[in-house]
Design a protein around this ligand. Structure first.
Ligand code: AGP
Length: 614
């Protein structure tokens, strides 16, 4: 996590740095800082909490900072040490000559720190990053060349990092390097902006150089030079990015999350328009680079993901197994990487990630790739590190998602799984043609059904008001919507901090039912189909323990109004597609509860949108 920005050029650095950091707030927001080159030294400004605190501090010191044309900035998600001013980046060596910002984790920082302390360095923070500042300063004192100092330090550092370094004696030099963390150099006219992600500089330039791992770039106002760890010069190409400066406007909504929830019908229409051209034609998915024989020979699918993407993957498993007759395993990436995995050339491995950066998923994908499996990546960021590992890249095209709580990207991931399952089933002939046709017909109707839910939000707002003051919340479901229960609970806990848990309803009586009493809300996802009656029975069992019962249903059965204290009704939909409908009221419920409680909806505490540490 963390976001870094560096600027060298002829403009005032401070505004560009703050502007860039603002675009990177999704990567962390517990503290921030900048280092600015002054006439004969480096000035450092840091602040705890939101970026605005730093911006305010810099505004108060505008006269002192405005003339600097070289600087580095950082927005932090704390890994080592609390989010205090001392631990905020940039970090410096003892004489203040070297300033460093860093994204990632230095795994051998304890050993390095002990060695540097023995050599006389005095550490002020608890961070791993400070080690890098001292180490580079040591190397610089020996070779008097910042690029060489960074190269020598890189040879000793273990872990993942993107680093941006400046030295007080070098008013026309910025040195940057990376290993398993993103870093892109934006190339302007007599200026360069380096950043963890494109939105930090796209307003200023569309030209960019994607640094590769273990490359070191030396940047002056006039030039960019890249070497590798062996000191070889690297030939690089400058790409013109197909990006437009994203409008990060809330478009009149109070929060990005609410705006992104409302964008879901358009996201679905956009995805379907290219892939589902007619219900009588096969799904158009030429991004899937597997020929017919390879698809027919698939013996197994493994899907790897984290968080919300993991829940989308679980629904993907259900749909693929139902339509394609291929066994599917779904696993949290963080578990996948620390056990022996049995795969062969007929195993398809699918990585799912909104950001395309999640460290656990990236590592898991690299492991699977080393075993020669075909890798499919489902991501919202086709320019990400994970996308670059793909044999088949399914870009979900949900558009930039700002809110830390994923909503529209989840919807787009689900759509990708439906399309993939339909494509495989059509190729294999593994499902009834009339079923496949009816799924396509009903998929086209999903956006308008979501619009009905969104225009009928009052019922959910009312439910939110009635249940906001609870400490705990249980979501139950079965079958294809069990992951919907998990996702509903995740949404609620991450933005409201209510202890919400999703259960498959059949498991309730095997333990969790002990928690039920008149204070516990139980929300049952009751979508018509195979397990409807079963969930109804599980709901009766909960009601008998005096739980406060809420139903989310597409049934018009009036008996539900007797059993449940609150009934949220949604448009009818066939069971296979019901996760697309059922999740939206749960996103809204989480949103309205968090908003009612006055929480920071878009930037919940302790979280970051890109989790780039294991
Ligand atoms: C979603 O609301 C969460 N913030 C989180 O669980 C997220 O889904 C997870 O960190 C995975 O991220 P990714 O999709 O970018 O890999």
């Amino acid at each position: 996590m963390c976001g870094i920005v560096g600027y060298i050029g002829n403009k005032s650095a401070v505004d560009i740095l703050i502007d860039g950091l603002k675009q990177l707030e999704y990567r962390g927001y517990d503290s921030s800082g900048v280092a600015l080159m002054n006439t004969d030294n480096i000035d450092i400004y840091k602040a705890e909490g939101k970026l605005q605190n730093l911006a305010d501090k810099l505004f108060m010191n505008r006269d002192k900072v405005v003339n600097s044309t070289l600087g580095i900035g950082h927005i932090r998600w704390a890994t080592h040490g609390a989010p205090t001013v001392i631990n905020a980046h940039p970090h410096t060596c003892n004489c203040g000559g070297v300033a460093v910002v860093h994204n990632g984790i230095i795994e051998n920082y304890k050993e390095l720190r002990a060695k540097l302390e023995a050599e006389g360095c005095v550490f002020r923070s608890q961070t791993d990053t400070e080690t890098v500042a001292h180490l580079i300063a040591k190397k610089y004192s020996q070779c008097k060349n910042l690029t060489e100092a960074v190269r020598l330090a890189s040879l000793e550092i273990e872990g993942a990092y993107a680093i941006c370094v400046m030295h007080k004696d070098l008013p026309n030099e910025l040195v940057v390097t990376k290993r398993n963390a993103p870093l892109i150099v934006g190339v302007g006219e007599d200026e360069f902006i380096v950043a963890s992600d494109v939105p930090a500089f796209i307003k200023y330039t569309k030209k960019a150089v994607y640094l590769k791992d273990n490359q070191i770039a030396t940047i002056t106002r006039e030039n960019l030079n890249i070497i590798d760890l062996n000191n070889n010069s690297i030939f690089f190409t400058t790409e013109v990015l197909p990006w437009e400066p994203a409008s990060l406007s809330k478009m009149g909504y109070k929060h990005f999350m609410l705006k992104e929830i409302h964008e879901q019908p358009a996201v679905i229409r956009n995805i379907l328009s290219g892939k589902l051209r007619s219900v009588d034609e096969d799904i158009y998915l030429d991004e899937l680079k597997l020929d017919k024989d390879s698809i027919k020979n698939l013996s197994r699918i493994q899907i790897i993901a984290c968080g919300t993407s993991l829940h989308a993957a679980m629904i993907g498993k259900y749909i693929i197994e139902s339509l394609c007759e291929i066994p599917v395993d779904v696993e949290a990436s963080s578990e996948y990487i620390y056990r022996k995995n049995v795969t062969d050339k007929n195993t398809l491995v699918i990585g799912v990630s909104q950001s395309g950066e999640t460290a656990d998923t990236l590592t898991a994908i690299k492991q699977a790739k080393s075993k020669s499996c075909h890798i499919v990546i489902i991501t919202n960021r086709p320019d990400s590190a994970m996308a670059r590992e793909a044999d088949s890249l399914l870009a979900i095209n949900a558009g930039i998602e700002v809110s830390v709580a994923a909503t529209k990207s989840y919807m787009a991931q689900l759509l990708s799984f439906y399309l993939l399952a339909l494509k495989i089933a059509e190729t294999k002939g593994s499902a009834d043609k009339s079923l496949l046709k009816s799924l396509k017909e009903d998929l086209i109707l999903i956006p308008q059904k979501l619009e009905q839910i969104l225009s009928n939000k009052d019922q959910i707002q009312q439910c939110a008001r009635e249940y906001a003051n609870t400490k705990d919340f249980i979501f139950i479901a079965r079958g294809v919507n069990y992951p919907t229960a998990l996702e509903g609970a995740l949404k609620l806990k991450e933005i409201s901090y209510i202890n919400a848990t999703g259960y498959c309803a059949g498991e309730l009586k095997h333990g969790p039912i002990a928690m039920l009493d008149e204070s516990m809300p139980v929300l049952a996802i009751l979508m018509k189909g195979l397990v409807y009656d079963k969930i109804l029975s599980n709901s009766e069992e909960s009601k008998a323990r005096n739980a406060r019962m809420i139903a989310l249903t597409n049934s018009n059965d009036v008996k539900l109004d007797l059993l449940f204290d609150f009934v949220i009704r949604v448009p009818d939909v066939q069971e296979y597609l019901s996760p697309l409908i059922a999740i939206v009221p749960l996103q809204l419920l989480a949103y309205y509860i968090a908003e009612f409680l006055g929480k920071d909806v878009d930037q919940p505490r302790n979280l970051a949108k890109s989790v780039t540490v294991e």
